[in-house]
Design a protein around this ligand. Structure first.
Ligand code: FEO
Length: 430
């Protein structure tokens, strides 16, 4: 049974709109009992769905809405600060349902309002609203576009893939307020709302970055200069506390997180190959060592070997994020690779992997499916798998270990750009 959302009532009045700046109000919703977001993200403190209302001399803007179940709370707060016929502008920084659930009803109540979305968003908007054929009226905007509310103006920042293709930020120019969407947000529910009033939310902020933004590190680094160039009095994200005290500190923290690198004492020009294995009877372990020796026979490659039985997954994910290549070895047990291997691979969606080299190997007793399965998974994660995996029945012979050595050497040659292209005869593909 799905329980009804708990309503957190703010001291001083039910569902009050909260002033953020002069004629700028928070009109979002509090969801204190949420315990997982998008199924996979833990939310020990619940979350908030932040929406804002900005009043100018010639118009009222609503920036983002809330999850559908919380629409009554949102409309209650909105009605305290604006009439529906005053709303000229609706801005969606991001179209995920936690920010667009109340949109259809808002459009119905304020039909005169103009809807602004990023230029990457129209197909998503149509998909979300499942529009029934009527023309869906909206304006797309991108970097530098702005709209006027009379004495105030909203300017748009093109910040895609943070964390969906459509994401953008909106900047209230005259007040130095950034409505940042999911960026700089976190899942933390505290009705006191402002970062200088709420409980300690540092864990939630970091956790949110690691799980939502980290896979898009390059996009974070592309977006940060746009934010860093702004005068920032407030950052108003779409989830969690509003950054009123030292807002620029959150921008700096994003840069630290996105630029973070493990200390690397290897020569900068070295390529890095990390080999992970797990072994039932020591055979896959022997293969891993032979592959390591082969890879190390190529100059300019730094090779590391880890037994998955002896480590924690999280530091391994950090290693893989910064490695140029990843080789995984698993025995085949009951027609599958073993659980610790899948556990590691399931964590790799947290980090960008596209273009890294991937490889698989393993010893088997009966059928040896694990290697092919691992290669498929590596390709699914967008790694390139240029060297066919190597699988051996039970105890490797001296000749087979020489094959493993050659396999490792070939991986290293691929990493250093020395591998010769192989001409494939069309007959091989038949
Ligand atoms: Fe808060 Fe990506 O939705």
């Amino acid at each position: 049974m799905i329980s009804a959302p708990v309503r957190l009532r703010r001291p001083g009045g039910d569902f009050d709109a909260v002033p953020v700046a002069e004629d700028v109000h928070w009109i979002g919703a509090l969801d204190p009992t949420l315990r997982s977001f998008d199924i996979i993200l833990k939310t020990a403190n619940g979350t908030t769905y932040n929406s804002y209302c900005v009043r100018g001399s010639e118009g009222v803007a609503v920036i983002d809405t809330v999850k559908a179940e919380f629409a009554d709370e949102f409309f209650s707060r909105l009605e305290q600060v604006a009439r529906y016929d005053e709303i000229t502008t609706i801005v969606l920084n991001h179209l995920e349902p936690d920010h667009t659930g109340a949109l259809p009803e808002l459009l119905r109540r304020a039909p005169q309002a103009r809807l602004y979305i990023s230029h990457r968003a129209p197909l998503m908007l149509k998909g979300l609203l499942k529009h029934d054929g009527e023309s869906l009226d909206f304006t797309t905007v991108t970097q530098g576009d702005s709209i006027s509310l009379g004495d105030r103006s909203l300017r748009f920042l093109h910040t895609p893939f943070l964390h969906w293709p459509d994401t953008q930020c909106t900047y209230l120019v005259e007040d130095g307020i950034l409505f940042s969407g999911d960026i700089f947000g976190c899942h933390f529910c505290d009705p006191r709302l402002f970062n200088d009033k709420v409980g300690d939310f540092r864990f939630s902020f970091e956790y949110y970055y690691q799980h939502i933004m980290r896979p898009f590190r390059e996009h974070v680094l592309a977006a940060l200069p746009l934010v860093e160039a702004l005068e920032l009095n407030l950052i108003c994200p779409a989830h969690g506390p509003i950054h009123r005290d030292a807002p620029r500190g959150y921008v700096k923290r994003y840069r630290q997180l996105a630029e973070s690198q493990l200390a690397n004492e290897a020569r900068q020009r070295d390529k890095t190959l990390v080999i992970f294995y797990i072994s039932a009877y020591g055979n896959t372990a022997v293969m891993a060592q032979a592959i390591k020796d082969g890879a190390e026979s190529v100059d300019g490659v730094r090779v590391s070997v880890y037994d998955l039985q002896g480590g924690e997954v999280t530091p391994f994910v950090d290693l893989i994020e910064e490695a140029d290549g990843l080789a995984i070895g698993s025995p085949t047990i009951n027609g599958d690779a073993v659980k610790p291997v899948w556990d590691l691979l399931s964590c790799l969606t947290q980090v960008p992997l596209k273009g890294k080299l991937g490889a698989a190997f393993g010893s088997y007793g009966w059928s040896g499916e694990a290697v092919g399965m691992l290669e498929d998974r590596l390709r699914g994660l967008k790694l390139r798998v240029p060297c066919p995996g190597i699988k051996l029945k039970l105890i490797p012979t001296g000749e087979e270990l020489a094959d493993c050595h050659a396999f490792g050497r070939n991986l290293a040659l691929q990493l250093t750009g020395q591998a010769a292209f192989r001409v494939v005869d069309i007959a091989e593909l038949a």
